[in-house]
Design a protein around this ligand. Sequence first.
Ligand SMILES: NC(=O)c1ccc[n+]([C@@H]2O[C@H](COP(=O)([O-])OP(=O)(O)OC[C@H]3O[C@@H](n4cnc5c(N)ncnc54)[C@H](O)[C@@H]3O)[C@@H](O)[C@H]2O)c1
Ligand SMILES: [Zn+2]
Length: 568
Amino acid sequence: MKSNLTQISLIGLSYSGKSTLGQVVADRLGWKFNDTDVMYAKKFGKSPARAIKEDGELVFRDNESIVLAEALAEDWSVIATGGGTFERSTNRRALGNTSLIVYLDIPVDILYKRYLNDQESEIRPLLETQEGVLHTLRELNRERRPHYQLADLWLSSIALEDIEQTEAMNQTATRLLDYWVQEGFRTEASEQRLTRLETEVAPSHPAALVRTADSVYPVWVGVNQIERLPDRLIQLNLTNRKLFIIADESVMEPHGTLLAGKLQAAQVSGATYLIPSGESSKSSAMIEEIYSWLATHKAERTSVIVALGGGVVCDIAGYIAATYLRGLAIIMVPTSVLGMNDASIGGKTGIDLPIGKNLVGAFKQPRAVIADINTLRTLPKRSYIEGFAEIIKHGLILDSELLEWLETYRVELTSELPASALLQQITTRSIYLKSLVVSTDPLEQGIRMILNYGHTIGHAIETVTEYQQWMHGEAISVGMTAAGRIARELGIMELNLFERQTDLLRDFGLPISAPGLNPDAIIEAMSRDKKVVDSKARFVFVTEVGQAVVHADVPDSLIRDAVQRVTR
Ligand SMILES: NC(=O)c1ccc[n+]([C@@H]2O[C@H](COP(=O)([O-])OP(=O)(O)OC[C@H]3O[C@@H](n4cnc5c(N)ncnc54)[C@H](O)[C@@H]3O)[C@@H](O)[C@H]2O)c1
Ligand SMILES: [Zn+2]
């Protein structure tokens, strides 16, 4: 049966804000709002919490399905579902049959903070375990996320620090409603969609989906992902296209050859352009050469660019894809830690000018990101380590669990042969976090700014050393240390957190100081940075793990002190 949908259902863990958002969306549409937990209490005379305690989870789940069916009988309504409702395949199918399914994807640390702030509500028995609520939320997230990911729309609203924060809530509601009027209402209850919802999740599910104003794209993370590129082209509806691979010369063997071979075997036609390794390739001269190459090889509007390499290639190929013939599709295949965790995700592309780095660029979201863990095996050690600065940053600003993993596995991760499964686990989580931020704020108008932790001073270090001595991650490692010192002086970062950060950076072999650099030159370079607004440098600080804040009015003396200390 095919029909258009008459409801919007919200799914996600406890404290993801389903009830609050549901009410806002319903009000704005003039629809009815149903909260299945409230309906449950009305029908069975006890709250879901009490029902689970008294009757056991199984009885509760059966009754919950009955309540869900009643909610789904009501056209033109918004439904907030219980956190576990979506675990039952029959419920998933029932929801998909009449409603657009929207997943509120919120990092666990934020859910936990909301739990701590939520004094009034009844204890939710599934959360109150011996290991503690945070642990249980993490476990539930791990268990349920694969199913939640089946939703028609993922909404991340990491800015929702406090569930009542109305502005953030209204923004999220607007994004949902925009989606609904543009395409959501047209979603069909096709058998194909319902079967997909019903099926237990396939292991090849993407690690993340990035949703921006006009696109949504998957990020696949795993071993041997390059070999699957021909399959992915089919999944992405990009068959019968000419592929133009832009690759770093250092990754051609063995990764580029493998990729080209797989494409050839699948009879996909393509050509490859090799660019010399290193930042100096991010020049307008290089861009012109690649334009000419594309023209000579008759690239068309339907052609697809494939970027194969580290952050440098992501930036160059991304810029080409943004501009050539006013835009071509691009698939990112990042091969460095930094490329995977940062440069390939989020759509920022750019090249350098002699007068400064990344001064010319464009936003261009890829059609997909394919992160093949195998490629990291050939990455030079220094580049490998450098990339971890961004992963550590993601842990610090967003996710205590990622930070704990990094602390637990620091020896293994920095050894000669870290296990692929471990690298995959860490990379998947880190990429997921970046995707959440980008999906919340695609154009860097708000929350995305927190990704600049360590970058205010870090970029200045790169600038004064003319991008020669310092790798990006190394510079931001020093930048995070300096930001930490300022935060200590401002009294917003505890000593033990600062020490945790310092220890972790040091254990990964990342620098925490830049002795010998000229502090005045660094401060001067900061004033010319893109992050400067009204001649005030903006700083990101971490006040506790998973909690970042932006300050625009840091006293110059504190900045100077911190820069002096890290350059000593
Ligand atoms: N667009 C963004 O959002 C964004 C974000 C962060 C960084 N960047 C940019 O990314 C660049 C830095 O990225 P990077 O650190 O990946 O640098 P990179 O691309 O220069 O790669 C580092 C080195 O490793 C080599 N390499 C890469 N992958 C390899 C592999 N699998 N095997 C062997 N060698 C390999 C490269 O040839 C290079 O020598 C900078 O230009 C920075 O501006 C962009
Ligand atoms: Zn960075």
